[in-house]
Design a binder for this molecule. Structure first.
Ligand SMILES: Cc1cc2nc3c(=O)[nH]c(=O)nc-3n(C[C@H](O)[C@H](O)[C@H](O)COP(=O)(O)O)c2cc1C
Length: 158
């Protein structure tokens, strides 16, 4: 599998789902809402995203990550939508994935409307930034793989 996109989205506006769909669409795949049936697959990059709820990521995403097998060297990227700040939520996902052996290639976040706050987010601009994040992440992941396999060194010698 090339790319897997898994997300948790709770509010009725489905802000994180909208971002996950845009990321997945730009990578030619489909985003999956996390559930007990979600199966992790080896992929070029695993994208994981959540909204922020009282400072934390969604509980079912947390439980899903707790149960993941060791995935030494699996490349991953994190995306967050929030009404004020992503910091702890990003760190929460990072910590769990790194515990499992993942390499975090990049992280990204944007505002998501919450009641009357941040009205209109994610905007079209946010969606475009999400696409750029997805593309940039895959590029970085490929370069990193090249370094690991020594391909860049060979390319430089030619
Ligand atoms: C119950 C609830 C609690 C929230 N708590 C926070 C918070 O602590 N910090 C923050 O930045 N945003 C908070 N938000 C805003 C959401 O993170 C934001 O609207 C996000 O885009 C929701 O994503 P979703 O539509 O995918 O669920 C909260 C939203 C809800 C509904």
């Amino acid at each position: 599998m090339d790319y897997q996109v898994i997300y948790f989205s709770k509010s009725s506006l489905k802000n994180t789902k909208r971002i996950a769909d845009v990321i997945a669409g730009s990578l030619g795949t489909t985003a999956e809402s996390v559930s007990p049936e979600t199966k992790i697959k080896t992929s070029k990059v695993l994208f994981i995203g959540s909204g922020v709820y009282i400072g934390r990521i969604g509980k079912s995403l947390r439980e899903f990550m707790d149960k993941l097998p060791q995935m030494e060297g699996q490349k991953a990227a994190i995306f967050i939508t929030h009404g004020g700040g992503p910091v702890k939520a990003t760190a929460e996902i990072r910590e769990k994935l790194e515990e499992k052996g993942c390499i975090i290639i990049d992280t990204w976040d944007c505002f998501g409307q919450w009641a009357f706050f941040k009205r209109g987010h994610p905007t079209e601009g946010d969606m475009q930034n999400a696409r750029n994040f997805a593309q940039e992440t895959t590029r970085k992941a490929e370069n990193q793989a090249g370094v690991e396999r020594g391909e860049l060194e060979i390319a430089e010698q030619q």
